[in-house]
Design a protein around this ligand. Structure first.
Ligand code: PLP
Length: 609
C-alpha cells in the first residue's frame, strides 16, 4: 500500500488509519473531518491549517537536544534560540511561536524595519531579539529604542559602515546602546539551493581585516563592551553537515582570537539557521544527511573543543533556525476540481454495428485481460493503437472509432497496471508519463507553494482519504492560475500516484505538507489569488477546536490593496448593469445582488468543489 513516504517526511506527526490521514496526537482527528467541518460553513477553495502542537514539538526538540549536548559535553555556556520572522510573519504563526516558546525564553530575529517592529511588539522582555540584514540609521535607532524599552537586543553588523552608523546614533542620543554583533564572512560555504549565504563571495559579513578594524573602532569609541556576539549563517536547508562543521571551526577560532584581542564582553556565537526539514517522499532522495541530535552534538562539541584548546571560556550558543520550527505546523488542503482524462470513461464508448477488426480485437483484449495475460495483452493493445492511429491518419477509420480505441486502450493499461501491480517498472512508468491524469486543484502554486515554482522544491503531497486503496493514476497537478507554470508535472523519478475518483459523486482532497516555512511569506498574488482561508486547530485528548479563522481577502479588497478604489470599481459595475436592458426589474435586482456577493468573496473557484 502506498503511504506516500509518510515514514520519511512526517516525523511521526501523522498516521494512516482506516484509509485516512490523521494527526498522530491526542484525540488523533482525521484531516478530512477537520476540512469537512470547516466546509460546512460554505468555505470553498484551498484551506491552510495550522497545528500549534507541532510548533511546540519542534521548539521542545531543539531545546532538549541542545540541552542534552550541553550536559553530555560538560559545556559551560548556555543555549538560546530565536525565530527568524522572515520564515513566517503571519500573526497566528507568530503568536503560536511566542506562546509555545515562552517557557524556553525563545526570541525573534528581524531582518528589516517592519520585522524589527514586529519583534519588539511580540517578544517577551528578556527573550533575545537579533537583528540581521542591511540597516540604515533609522533601523539602528529603532534598535536603540528597543534596548531602551528593555529588550535584550543584538544588532548584528553586516559591514563596517553599519558599525559607523551605530556609533553615530550612540553619539547623538542618550538611549541605551544595544548589544552589537558582528557577522563574520567565512570561507566555508554550505551546500544546497539556499547555500549562497556563506563563502567569501557571500552578500553579508566582515572579512578578518574588517573584523580587526571593527574592534579598533569599537575600542576607540569606548564601545567594545557592547560587542557581545559573532554571527554566521551558511544557508537555509543545509543538506550536509560537513560544511557546518568547517564553518564552526572557522567561527570558533575567530571567536577565540577576538577574546584574546580583548573583546571581553564577547560571550556568544550565533550559528544562524540551516537546520533542514525532510521534504522528500521517496527514500532514494532524502533532503538531509544528519539528525537534530547530530546537529546539536556537533555544534556543542566543536565549539567546546576549540575553546578548550585555546583556553577560552565557553560562549553561549544561539541558533536562528526557523524552517525547522515551523515547516511542519502548516498543511495546505486543496479540493480537486476535475480530472482531465475522465473523457476516457468507458461509459463514453459508442460502438457501431460493424467495427474495424482491430477495434474488435481491442474489445476482446479488454474483456479477457487477466493477471496471467495482462502484460501480453497490454503489448498487443499498444500495438493495435499505433495501427489504429495510422488507419485514422490515412482516412480508413473515423473519429468515433478512434475515440473508442483510445478509451479501450486506456482502460487496458489501467487494468494491466492494477493486475500486475507493477507500476514501478520502467515500461509502466513510461506509459504513465504518456497517460498521466491531470488533477485540477483549487489553489495557486504561486500563492501557496512558491518555492516549488521558483526553486523546484518538492513538498510532500498525498490524498487525505482512500488510503486503503492502491492509487493507480500517475498524477500531475494543475492549479487554477492561467499560467502553464502553475503545474506540478508527473516526475517518474519522484512519481505521484493518485486515485481514480468520480468527482460527481464525492470530493477528493489533497494535502500539501511542511508548507509552514517561507511559503506563506513568499506567496505571490499571481492572477490576484490571495493567501487561502486559514484556521488554527488545537487538539486535546477527546476532540479538537478550530479557532482563529482568517478569511482569504475578498476580490474588492485585493484590488484595493494594489491601489484601486474599491467603491469606484463596484459603482462602475453596478452602474453598467443598471443602465442595461432587463426584461424584469426582479432579474435586474437579483443580478445586482449576485454581483455584490461575488465581489465580496475570494477569487478561488466556488461552484465546483
Ligand atoms: N538567519 C539568517 C541570517 C538567515 O539568513 C536565515 C535564512 O536564510 C535564517 C536565519 C533562517 O534559516 P532557516 O531557513 O534554516 O530557518
Amino acid at each position: 500500500m502506498n503511504n506516500y513516504g509518510l515514514d520519511i517526511w512526517s516525523n511521526n506527526n501523522f498516521l494512516i488509519e482506516n484509509g485516512q490521514i490523521k494527526l498522530n496526537y491526542k484525540s488523533m482527528p482525521a484531516l478530512l473531518s477537520i476540512i469537512e467541518e470547516i466546509r460546512t460553513n460554505d468555505v470553498k477553495g484551498p484551506i491552510l491549517l495550522r497545528f500549534p502542537h507541532l510548533i511546540k514539538k519542534q521548539i521542545t526538540t531543539l531545546y532538549s537536544y541542545f540541552d542534552k549536548a550541553i550536559r553530555y559535553n560538560n559545556y559551560q555556556g548556555n543555549f538560546h534560540a530565536v525565530f527568524p520572522l522572515k520564515v513566517n510573519q503571519y500573526p497566528h504563526a507568530v503568536k503560536a511561536i511566542a506562546e509555545q516558546g515562552r517557557e524556553f525564553g525563545y526570541g525573534l530575529e528581524a531582518g528589516s524595519k517592519a520585522e524589527l517592529i514586529l519583534a519588539m511588539s511580540q517578544t517577551t522582555h528578556g527573550a533575545p531579539i537579533t537583528v540581521n540584514g542591511f540597516k540604515d540609521k533609522e533601523m539602528m535607532t529603532l534598535g536603540f529604542i528597543a534596548a531602551q524599552s528593555g529588550h535584550n537586543i543584538t544588532l548584528t553588523i553586516e559591514g563596517l559602515g553599519e558599525l559607523e552608523t551605530i556609533i553615530e546614533v550612540a553619539n547623538e542620543c542618550n538611549l541605551k546602546v544595544p548589544n552589537i554583533g558582528i557577522r563574520v564572512r567565512l570561507h566555508s560555504a554550505g551546500t544546497g539551493i539556499w547555500a549562497k549565504s556563506g563563502g567569501m563571495d557571500a552578500k553579508f559579513g566582515l572579512t578578518s581585516t574588517e573584523i580587526i578594524e571593527a574592534i579598533t573602532l569599537l575600542r576607540n569609541e569606548n564601545m567594545l563592551d557592547n560587542f557581545t556576539m559573532i554571527h554566521f549563517h551558511i544557508g537555509s536547508q543545509m543538506e550536509d553537515i560537513a560544511p557546518l562543521k568547517r564553518a564552526l571551526r572557522e567561527a570558533g577560532n575567530i571567536y577565540a582570537e577576538l577574546k584574546k584581542m580583548g573583546a571581553n564582553s564577547l560571550n556568544s556565537i550565533n550559528i544562524g539557521g540551516g537546520l533542514a526539514v525532510e521534504y522528500d517522499q521517496h527514500t532514494h532522495s532524502k533532503s538531509r544527511n544528519y539528525s537534530v541530535d547530530e546537529f546539536s552534538s556537533s555544534v556543542v562539541f566543536l565549539i567546546g573543543e576549540i575553546m578548550n584548546a585555546k583556553n577560552v571560556s565557553h560562549p553561549d550558543i544561539y541558533t536562528e533556525s526557523g524552517r525547522f520550527i515551523v515547516a511542519s505546523h502548516a498543511v495546505l488542503i486543496t479540493p480537486v476540481l476535475e480530472l482531465f482524462t475522465q473523457d476516457y470513461q468507458e461509459r463514453l464508448l459508442n460502438f457501431k454495428v460493424v467495427n474495424p477488426p482491430l477495434l474488435e480485437e481491442l474489445k476482446y483484449l479488454s474483456k479477457n485481460l487477466n493477471n496471467k495475460n495482462s502484460i501480453e495483452y497490454l503489448h498487443d493493445a499498444l500495438d493495435h493503437m499505433e495501427s489504429l492511429l495510422t488507419l485514422f491518419d490515412l482516412g480508413y477509420i473515423d473519429l468515433q472509432d478512434r475515440s473508442n480505441a483510445e478509451i479501450l486502450v486506456h482502460s487496458i493499461i489501467k487494468k494491466a497496471l492494477y493486475l500486475t501491480n507493477a507500476y514501478s517498472t520502467n515500461e509502466f512508468v513510461q506509459l504513465q508519463v504518456r497517460l498521466q491524469e491531470r488533477y485540477l486543484i483549487n489553489a495557486s502554486i504561486f500563492q501557496s507553494l512558491p518555492d516549488y515554482w521558483g526553486l523546484d522544491q518538492h513538498f510532500p503531497v498525498m490524498p487525505l482519504h482512500h488510503l486503503d486503496v492502491v492509487p493507480l493514476r500517475a498524477a500531475s497537478l494543475w492549479d487554477i492560475t492561467c499560467d502553464s507554470d502553475g503545474e506540478i508535472g508527473f516526475n517518474p523519478e519522484k512519481p505521484l500516484y493518485l486515485h481514480d475518483v468520480n468527482l460527481d459523486e464525492e470530493d477528493y482532497f489533497l494535502g500539501f505538507f511542511n508548507v509552514g516555512a517561507y511559503q506563506e511569506t513568499l506567496g505571490m498574488n499571481h492572477n490576484l489569488f490571495t493567501h487561502p482561508n486559514e484556521y488554527t486547530v488545537n487538539i486535546d485528548d477527546t476532540s479538537y477546536n478550530i479557532i482563529n479563522e482568517v478569511e482569504s481577502k475578498n476580490i474588492l479588497d485585493i484590488l484595493d490593496s494594489i491601489g484601486y478604489n474599491k467603491s469606484d470599481i463596484l459603482n462602475k459595475l453596478k452602474h453598467d448593469l443598471k443602465i442595461s436592458d432587463f426584461i424584469t426589474e426582479k432579474e435586474k435586482n437579483d443580478t445586482l445582488a449576485k454581483l455584490e456577493t461575488f465581489v465580496e468573496q475570494n477569487g478561488y473557484l466556488r461552484t465546483t468543489n
